[in-house]
Design a protein. Sequence first.
Length: 218
Amino acid sequence: MRLIALVFAVLVANGPVVSRPAAAQGSQAGSQAAAQGSQAAAQGSQAAAQGSQAAAQGSQAAAQGSQAAPQSWTEYRYPDYAFTISFPAEPKIETTTYEAANGRAVQARVYAVTRDAGMFKMTIAELSDAGLEEGAVIDHAIKTLAKGGEIKLDIPHRISRVYGRQLSILGSDGSRSSVALFYHDGRLYQIEGKSLPTGNATADAIRFQQSLVFTDSD
């Protein structure tokens, strides 16, 4: 009886005995659940990263679309020289000189816009004191513009009551120019839209050349 009482006392003191296999299984199940939780968290982080990447690509595409959108043409008025003209962007204005048919350098003003595919330029040369006839002025301008190239078209041209010439010139570098020339009120008006060899701006060059309007010829 004393032996049984002693065993009972030991069991009471140490608590219930848990078998080792059951403890191991519980530990394994806990580790597996933790691993699954970590895997789910990693998948969530990956999905979030992919979402951020997609959003960034969308923003980049939108920016490229905005950059690729063509600029609108705007009409610019220059009352001091009595004309209006349309450019695809605000032109750069420069005061320079122009070599007249008699070799004399005269004051000139240039309005220009250059883009990847084309160049759009308006030149006004002051020739009232040069002592030159209209024919000499126009012929010299044609010779200068066509130097090294080939004239594909040379016909009379008119804007309201102002008469001049219209030309199409193929440059030696492969460029194509749409040109109009006028001698009006003692000035040479030379408008040139050029499609560069690296681009295709022929339609814009023609549009530019045809946008010239004299405001004092009505």
